[in-house]
Design a protein around this ligand. Structure first.
Ligand code: PAF
Length: 283
């Protein structure tokens, strides 16, 4: 079923909740791929009813970013979402989500200011705002997000905790192409040569992981492994390649045994900006 209006969405969710059934939501910006499919399939196993939202949220794009050219194909999304186990595709309009006079935003503070937040000022305010609205509209018991947008998952966890959303957050592993490239709607932008180059991102993360497993504890040296590996692929612009504490994104001088470390990479290859990450437990 396709739902386009906010009132119909809320009414449906109210009825489902009254009947005692559980709702799982997968917030997306559409142009669905196998990463989304895995979120939907898991939600379909774990919840009675599944809502996939499709909304390219203007609030999370900065000036000069790819809002206008972001890939869109609602018909294809509806088919893929339903085949994977979605009951409702919720695709609201921009005018309904942000009518004239709309003014409220949600700011999750420091966790949204580093890394992606530093390169895309206001991005996480846009994400937190739209996700809060989507939670109110779809009223889920469980919300599903991919680990690929690692910092986003921390932002959503903060949002859920701070605004007392009675929602369980499920973060599922990144789904990858055979050469390791993380699935992303933005991969369609990659020209063939850039697509080949893009496999360096995952190899970089694995190289840094290996250095930690081999005993490297210095954050700067781990970062250097990532910079050097990325540089070996030639023409790639590195926004950041950084090891940080997985829970807080703090950047200590050294990591210690038992620490959970997230390796974060954001690069531009051609005109495409790609991000990826890997979690490593320090042995
Ligand atoms: O991850 C995304 O696709 C978006 O940031 C989200 C969570 C759907 C909010 O627009």
């Amino acid at each position: 079923m396709l739902v386009s209006t906010l009132s119909e969405m809320q009414q449906w969710s109210d009825e489902v909740r009254r009947s005692g059934k559980t709702i799982g939501v997968i917030p997306t910006m559409g142009y669905l791929h196998d990463g989304h499919r895995s979120l939907i399939e898991t939600a379909a196993r774990e919840c009675d009813l599944v809502v996939t939202t499709v909304f390219v949220n203007p609030l999370q794009f900065g000036a000069g970013e790819d809002f206008a050219r972001y890939p869109r194909d609602l018909e294809r999304d509806i088919q893929l979402a339903h085949r994977a186990g979605t009951h409702v595709v919720f695709a609201p309009s921009g005018d309904d989500m942000y009518p004239v006079g709309y003014a409220t935003t949600v700011d999750v503070g420091p966790i949204g200011e580093k890394f992606e937040g530093a390169f895309r000022p206001g991005h996480f305010r846009g994400v937190a705002t739209v996700v809060a609205k989507l939670f109110h509209l779809t009223k889920p018991h469980v919300a599903y997000f991919g680990q690929k947008d690692y910092q986003q998952t921390l932002v959503i966890a903060r949002l859920i905790a701070d605004l007392n959303f009675d929602i369980r957050l499920r973060v599922l592993p990144t789904v990858r192409e055979p050469d390791g490239l993380a699935m992303s709607s933005r991969n369609v932008y990659l020209q063939p040569d850039d697509r080949r180059k893009a496999s360096i991102i995952y190899r970089t993360l694995r190289a840094a992981e290996q250095s930690i497993l081999d005993g490297q504890r210095s954050r700067q040296r781990i970062n250097a492994v990532m910079y050097e590996t990325l540089a070996s692929a030639g023409d790639i612009r590195i926004d950041y390649a950084a090891a940080a504490r997985a829970e807080t994104l703090d950047e200590p001088e050294e990591f210690f045994s038992g620490d959970s470390v997230v390796l974060l990479v954001a690069v531009r290859i051609g005109s495409t900006r790609l991000i990826d990450n890997l979690l490593v437990r320090v042995p």
